[in-house]
Design a binder for this molecule. Structure first.
Ligand SMILES: Cc1cc2nc3c(=O)[nH]c(=O)nc-3n(C[C@H](O)[C@H](O)[C@H](O)COP(=O)(O)O)c2cc1C
Length: 274
């Protein structure tokens, strides 16, 4: 099968696929007047699927992607700016969770949506670990506390600056300030040498956070946890990360115990208008 197939019955020769291709590897065949792949197509195609998704008449098919496999955007589901603003500004980090577990299918759906985040060169470098058992979340939080104790012993100043003494003291009274007694944990990891690992994975977790809210779930970044994963080999091994990977983020997730009534104030944008 050729790299690009054009249905000439449908193609209106508008060149939209050519304009939208991020790497400009589709060109108009001068003689025939239809889009064709350029000679370096295979080398530079990002497999982003934009050419298929943007075609208004479903005329373009790639050897690996058919318009029928790309879900149609429904006009009636478009959000208004007002809805979007309230939804985005109303997102909160959630730190008190119900004991209720999140069904596996819901977590699967969340990850699917998270994987539609933008990523440099469309690399989609993310890998996920979902800790399903609340006792395991607690055990991992305990390992983070152990690592914190070690830092407080070897470098008390650094440990205090990071606030470890407070997390450890809370743990000793039975309070988990690492994972906040969340029922589940989601960790994102990627190749440690991928230049855009931090950005790509943060964007994916950002989408996950927002989509979780739409499902009535609560999420909070578990900064203490994922930073410790990379610094404390026992935790890195407990999670089974590949040696060439780093944990770039983690979130606690579950059903929120409380509902927010208002939107707290945030700093105004610090902008330099040029
Ligand atoms: C990278 C990152 C790490 C974070 N780590 C933690 C954490 O370990 N524990 C926690 O309770 N909140 C953590 N948070 C949540 C922030 O404290 C929270 O986003 C901030 O207070 C603003 O609140 P909001 O998210 O409700 O707007 C983290 C957030 C980010 C972006």
């Amino acid at each position: 099968m050729s790299l690009i197939t054009i249905d000439r019955e449908k193609c209106n020769q508008d060149g939209v696929c050519i304009s939208e291709c991020p790497t400009r590897i589709i060109q108009m065949d001068e003689e025939e007047g239809y889009p064709v792949p350029s000679s370096d197509f295979e080398e530079y195609c990002l497999r982003c699927g934009h050419c298929v998704a943007v075609c208004p008449v479903e005329a373009l098919r790639l050897d690996w992607l058919d318009p029928e496999n790309c879900r149609a955007l429904k006009k009636e589901l478009a959000v208004t700016p007002e809805q979007a603003e309230q939804f985005l500004r109303g997102r909160r980090s959630i730190r008190t969770f119900k004991e209720k577990r999140v069904p596996r299918e819901t977590l699967e759906k969340l990850l699917e949506v998270a994987c539609s985040a933008p990523s440099a060169k469309n690399q989609q470098p993310w890998h996920w670990i979902v800790v399903q058992e609340p006792q395991e979340v607690r055990r991992l939080a305990g390992m983070v506390v152990e690592a914190m104790r070690a830092v407080l012993k070897s470098n008390p100043e650094a440990g205090k600056t990071m606030g470890y003494h407070r997390v450890v003291a809370a743990w000793d009274t039975g309070l988990d300030r690492v994972c906040r007694e969340a029922p589940h944990l989601i960790i994102v990891h990627a190749d440690r040498n991928w230049l855009f690992g931090p950005e790509d994975t943060a964007l994916a977790l950002g989408l996950l956070d927002l989509y979780a809210k739409s499902l009535g779930l609560g999420v909070c970044w578990a900064g203490y946890l994922y930073k410790t994963v990379n610094a404390y080999p026992p935790l890195f091994e407990a999670l089974g990360l590949p040696q060439n990977h780093l944990a770039f983020g983690a979130v606690m997730i579950g059903y929120p115990e409380f509902k927010y009534q208002r939107i707290p104030v945030r700093n105004q944008p610090r902008v330099t208008w040029k």
